[in-house]
Design a protein. Structure first.
Length: 226
């Protein structure tokens, strides 16, 4: 069993009958959703899933997990998702799979969020992983130029065919190659104020627990209350 599968299965143990569960996106969240599908089928687990992407929606439907949209529920009991980087103080970068906007919306309405990662994602400071910024297409080339002027080394997220990618929300993604983010909270505030930015991949104070896949097994880290 690979480390992603291990943490996916471990995270699914936090899911109980009757819960509304946020279903993350990516190759690690895939295993969480797969395990929930197994429990729905084999253990008659009664849950309602809320997806964070079209990809996850397709997977959940195939597995027979009952679904509602985020707008059909007032809150989500628990969301389990992957992450691209998690710093020492449990802040994160997400959006490597281009689903950051819907992931952040679902996380925002979740009573609890758990991230599942392999140990390569645990870092001292954020920023080695390019920071995704989701932008409306209208005016996005000007935003790109603004990020260039700020020295943020932007690149367009492209499809395998080399075209500028369109997210599930019909936006573009500009990746910022920052190397290190000294103050994630300040950068998040700055990006929040940029007109045309729909959302960015800095997830600040959003989680209560991380499950890290290590060769010795899944290691659960509780995030201290802030
Ligand atoms: C998608 C995400 C993913 O959760 C993140 O990229 C981690 O993915 P993976 O588990 O495949 O490494 O934020 O937008």
């Amino acid at each position: 069993m690979n480390l992603k599968e291990l943490v996916g299965i471990e995270a699914a143990t936090y899911v109980k009958d009757g819960m509304i569960v946020g279903l993350g996106t990516g190759s690690t969240a895939y295993y969480f959703v797969k395990e929930l599908g197994r429990r729905v089928k084999e253990e008659d687990l009664q849950i309602t899933g809320v997806v964070t992407s079209i990809r996850t929606e397709e997977q959940a439907k195939e597995l027979g997990i009952p679904l509602k949209t985020i707008d059909e529920v007032e809150s989500v009991d628990l969301t389990v998702d992957g992450a691209d980087e998690i710093s020492d103080d449990f802040q994160g970068i997400k959006g490597g799979g281009a689903a950051l906007l819907f992931e952040k919306v679902v996380a925002t309405y979740s009573k609890e969020c758990i991230w599942i990662v392999d140990e390569s994602k645990m870092v001292n400071k954020l920023g080695d992983f390019p920071l995704p910024v989701e932008v409306v297409p209208f005016g996005s080339h000007n935003l790109f130029r603004l990020f260039e002027a700020k020295g943020y080394n932007p690149t367009w997220r492209k499809t395998d065919a080399g075209e500028i990618l369109l997210t599930d929300g019909d936006h573009h993604i500009i990746d910022l190659h920052l190397e290190v983010i000294e103050d994630p909270r300040a950068l998040a505030d700055e990006l929040d104020k940029c007109v045309g930015v729909v959302e960015h991949g800095l997830f600040i104070d959003m989680i209560s627990r991380v499950i890290v896949g290590t060769p010795e097994g899944p290691k659960t880290l509780e995030v201290p209350t802030r």
